[in-house]
Design a protein around this ligand. Structure first.
Ligand code: ATP
Ligand code: MG
Length: 161
């Protein structure tokens, strides 16, 4: 279905904002450009839910989670940044593998199965996008993904020539 991605993203963030701890802050950097995009809504909700719950799980008290949405040419980019413990450089790609979890001890204490990001990657791949992680240990993590964006107004204009 076609969705207005700005409000779609805001609604997901709203839901997490209502249930978050007071000690975690949310900040939004969401483009005002109107983005209409065709996605499988349920699947993209699941992807964003998992990234936000990871960010929340690993955020320290007083930490800020930042949400970005921007269009970059023929794709849109979504990023979610936290100020948590971070992920070691050599694990940045492994976190997208099934059952991989950084540091078994800390992960066990946090709960979860290690499937969230593997499933997210499958869903983003199926949409023709990319997903990746950037992180600095002790400073935080940024999980980003892209989705292909068709500027179909332009396509229509071509059809009129
Ligand atoms: P599940 O999502 O299945 O409940 P999970 O959260 O452990 O379990 P993933 O979401 O796939 O699994 O994440 C894999 C691992 O990557 C986590 O166990 C954690 O070690 C690491 N990780 C993911 N996001 C973050 C983050 N924001 N900060 C620090 N570590 C993270
Ligand atoms: Mg998870």
């Amino acid at each position: 279905n076609f969705v207005h991605f700005n409000s779609f993203f805001n609604q997901i963030i709203d839901r997490h904002e209502m249930s978050k701890k007071d000690s975690i802050n949310f900040k939004r950097y969401i483009t005002t450009e109107y983005i209409l995009i065709e996605i499988d809504e349920d699947k993209i909700v699941q992807v964003i839910d998992n990234i936000i719950s990871n960010a929340t799980k690993y955020s320290p008290d007083g930490g800020t989670i930042s949400f970005y949405l921007a269009r970059q040419g023929d794709e849109i980019k979504i990023s979610i940044r936290d100020q948590g413990m971070g992920i070691p450089k050599n694990n940045l790609e492994k976190i997208f593998q099934r059952f991989f979890r950084v540091d078994k001890a800390r992960s066990r204490a946090m709960g979860g199965t290690g499937l969230g990001l593997a499933i997210s990657k499958e869903m983003i791949d199926a949409h023709g996008g990319r997903i990746w992680a950037e992180s600095t240990e002790e400073k935080g993590t940024i999980i980003s993904f892209t989705l292909p964006y068709d500027d179909f107004v332009e396509d229509e204009e071509e059809g009129w020539e």
